[in-house]
Ligand binder design. Structure first.
Ligand SMILES: CSC[C@H]1O[C@@H](n2cnc3c(O)ncnc32)[C@H](O)[C@@H]1O
Ligand SMILES: [Zn+2]
Length: 446
């Protein structure tokens, strides 16, 4: 058994208590084997040696001295390759942003753009302590290649739309989504899983939506979709069908175990109850919802009702970064504003959303530091002025820390970043290539 020892740090446990503990990780299974109390003499000896050393029995050691070992953050909704469109179109509401800027640019995307944009996203995520993500986009086999190479964990799907397309093209798009999900689920291990991904309740027609859901059930994969993001998305459903979107979603077969719905901003009490009574999860995207002025999701009400809630950045073009620490803070801040209650969405709840909540939504056996769970974790360097004094480290995670405080990132028992150096991707080459590829894309759009 090859092992990774994470030593000398403090560990954030699932109940949010914190102890000085070491972790023993089995790299073959990628799981946490032991969480041990620290032997003081051992700790002194180890901290004086190199950061990650080959010990006598050939195991690796990762030094977390002065750091807090937390579950790797999980970005449960996004469009990774949209990093290439970061800052390309800002300060517009969703519909205008998509129609006037984003969709025309996406019309020019090549598979290579998507590969490069996803690599850029992977660098950004690893750097900021994100170990797992969901991706709804195009050319997903190329996204899977980047996931494989980067060492991250991901749930991937081809997003499809039917509006504005001939029926045959829309059907082919849906087939691509179903086929990708069926072929790539758990391909080469358990770091890659999939879902069928209709874009939204309003951009896919009812017949194709029903069929896609049925096909997802046959393939034994979940469905991921945007829902109730703006009022403009809710109103036509109410006008045409006389029911609100969550009732329509249930009617087409959605809200089953494993399904997850991005945004859920404009949900009324009945819809919150439907979500709570279902086994589906809502993915809160506070920064994107704020930037596009879509609204403030009733997150505390959803949590109170028992809805399973995860956290996501959405794409980098509506955020404009993939730092989940920002997202945690935004969830807490906007949760309070939305509920008009400073006690709403406390630090602990926001951190849980980005860890256990997102893991549960995506079906990852991660999001918690516990024996038997996947060894997906980040070490946050606490030795910084903005994280001093250390009265309450969960408060710091939510309100004071940022992605740049992450020192090490580990996924599936493998070290992806050590001492702020990414080991699985060449960061300088990725960013340089992304700059060129983005410029080339914009030239093609013009
Ligand atoms: C069909 S692949 C995914 C599709 O979604 C677009 N998108 C990005 N952000 C949002 C959002 O906040 N709401 C709805 N759709 C969004 C993305 O540009 C792709 O076209
Ligand atoms: Zn989205």
């Amino acid at each position: 058994m090859t092992t990774l020892h994470v030593v000398n740090g403090r560990v954030l446990h699932p109940d949010h208590s914190i102890t000085e503990s070491d972790l023993l990780i089995d790299q073959a299974s990628g799981t946490i084997e032991e969480i041990g109390a620290v032997d003081a003499e051992d700790a002194d000896e180890r901290s004086s040696s190199a950061n990650r050393t080959q010990s006598d029995d050939a195991d690796e050691t990762l030094d977390a001295e002065g750091g807090l070992v937390i579950p790797g953050l999980i970005n449960a909704h996004g469009h990774a390759a949209m990093t290439l469109l970061r800052g390309y179109a800002d300060d517009k509401p969703l519909e205008a942003w998509l129609q006037e800027d984003i969709w025309p640019a996406e019309g020019e995307l090549t598979a290579e753009d998507i590969r490069v944009g996803t690599e850029l996203a992977a660098v950004e995520m690893i750097r900021s302590g994100t170990t797992g993500f969901a991706d709804m986009y195009f050319e997903e086999p190329h996204v899977a290649g980047v996931v494989d190479e980067s060492g991250l964990r991901a749930l991937l799907g081809h997003g499809f739309v039917s509006v504005g397309k001939p029926e045959a093209d829309a059907r082919a798009d849906m087939e691509t989504s179903v086929n990708f999900a069926a072929q790539y689920d758990k391909v080469g291990g358990d770091r890659i899983s999939t879902a069928v991904m209709p874009h939204s309740l309003t951009t896919v027609n009812e017949a194709l939506l029903r069929e896609a859901v049925e096909r997802a059930r046959e393939a034994d994969v979940p469905v991921h979709i945007h829902a109730n993001e703006t009022e403009d998305e809710v109103d036509p459903i109410v006008a045409e069908r006389g029911v609100r979107p969550m009732e329509y979603a249930e009617d087409v077969g959605l809200l089953a175990d494993g399904d997850f719905l991005a945004h859920c901003v404009h949900v009324d009490d009945d819809e919150i109850e439907r979500l709570a009574d279902s086994d589906a999860a809502a993915i809160h995207c506070p920064a994107s919802n704020a930037k596009l002025a879509s609204g403030i999701a009733p997150v505390q009400a959803m949590l109170d009702a028992g809805v399973s809630v995860g956290l996501g950045t959405d794409g980098a073009a509506s955020n404009n970064d993939l730092d989940m620490f920002d997202e945690i803070r935004d969830a807490a801040m906007l949760g309070k504003l939305g509920a008009d209650d400073a006690a709403a969405v406390p630090a602990s709840a926001a951190v849980r959303m980005a860890t256990e909540g997102s893991a549960a939504a995506l079906g990852f056996d991660a999001g918690r530091i516990e024996v038997g769970a996947k060894a997906d974790l980040a070490v946050v360097d606490l030795d910084a002025a903005h994280l001093t004094p250390g009265h309450d480290l969960v408060s710091h995670l939510a309100y004071a820390a940022s992605g740049s405080d992450v020192r090490h990132t580990v996924c599936d028992g493998d070290v992806l970043m050590e001492d702020r150096e990414i080991l699985t991707l060449d960061e300088a080459a990725v960013t340089e290539r992304a700059e060129e590829q983005a410029a080339d894309l914009i030239d093609r759009v013009a």
